[in-house]
Ligand binder design. Structure first.
Ligand SMILES: [Zn+2]
Length: 322
């Protein structure tokens, strides 16, 4: 059987495939992972969507250690995801900023992915779109054409400053400590997806596959990842079913499941370019086979309109934490 990756649109002509010698990708990706893929951080944003505002509420609903909670709330505030209202004690509340609210489509995208690929039986949450009065799931489509996003048919246009000199190695400020275990008290499809892609290296390897790369050596040279670390991340992705070995030409291909993770991943990319990129760089553009630039968007499966957090009600198919 032909692997799905072999149908990628001219992978060799993709302008984002190989960094020129001595250069690396300049993207908001790393910062985006720090914000979105740290599990506790993500779970706090999720609880805020569920209506939690106070320290004690977050603590009770997540069972998170106090010191960890205090640190993460401060960090979310510093990074402009939460706005703190009230000065101290029980008056203190945390509200999502516009930047935080914009995480919602990504959440829906990850939920759709987790429900489809990582969940047996009834999905943990049922979503209701108030606007069209229908139960729905999210679909990630190109806003301009309404077609489902597909990594294989898309080309990209990169800004002139996409490749930058390798930054000096710096000690990372915060380690991603995700160990694959479930931390929250809610059964959560998003958390299941994050149990795989919430690891920084795994996330970056997956990105390389979407850039059209598939060989071990491409990953090591594009990412400057140690071979042992890479092997371990590739076996995680194989075990989780995101990739398959390509017996014919060597290397790895995205499976049908891996290809489906493209939607949530590019929603993260767009979020990063909107909210994390610090200067006024021109964005990376997705180019449809028709030649037109397109943008990914999460829409309602019923009315096909973009979804906003304020328009969604939900029912838990489990006993929610009080
Ligand atoms: Zn709808």
């Amino acid at each position: 059987m032909k692997s799905p990756t072999q149908a990628f649109a001219d992978p060799n002509t993709r302008v984002d495939k190989y960094p020129p010698k001595g250069l690396v990708r300049h993207s908001a990706q790393s910062e985006t992972i720090d914000v979105l893929a740290d599990t506790w951080t993500y779970l706090l944003i999720r609880e805020a969507f569920f209506g939690a505002h106070r320290f004690a509420e977050f603590q009770r609903k997540l069972g998170i250690p106090r010191a960890t909670l205090a640190k993460r709330l401060l960090w979310l505030e510093k990074n402009g995801i939460f706005n703190r209202v009230g000065k101290s004690g029980t008056h203190k509340q945390y509200h999502l900023t516009e930047r935080g609210i914009d995480v919602y489509p990504i959440t829906l995208g990850m939920m759709w992915f987790g429900d489809k690929w990582m969940c047996e039986g009834t999905p943990p949450l049922a979503l209701f779109h108030e606007t069209c009065r229908s139960w729905f799931s999210a679909k990630i489509v190109w806003q301009e054409t309404g077609e489902p996003v597909d990594a294989r048919s898309i080309q990209v246009r990169i800004p002139s400053d996409y490749w930058i000199p390798k930054p000096k190695r710096t000690q990372r400020q915060r380690r991603n400590t995700w160990d694959g275990s479930v931390k929250g008290r809610r059964p959560c499809s998003v958390e299941r997806m994050l149990s795989i892609v919430g690891d920084r290296w795994t996330f970056l390897v997956l990105q390389e596959l979407f850039h059209g790369n598939h060989r071990f050596d491409d990953f090591t040279s594009n990412l400057e990842i140690a071979p042992a670390v890479l092997s371990q991340r590739l076996s995680n992705l194989l075990r989780a079913g995101f990739i398959e070995k390509d017996e014919e030409r060597g290397g790895y291909n995205l499976s049908a499941m891996g290809l489906d993770s493209y939607g949530p991943m590019i929603l993260m990319k767009v979020w990063g370019e909107t909210w994390v990129a610090r200067d006024n760089r021109r964005n990376f553009e997705f180019i449809h086979p028709s030649g037109k630039p397109v943008k990914p968007v999460a829409v309602c499966s019923s009315c096909r309109k973009p979804i906003h957090a304020r328009d969604v009600a939900y029912v838990c198919n489990y006993e929610p934490p009080e």
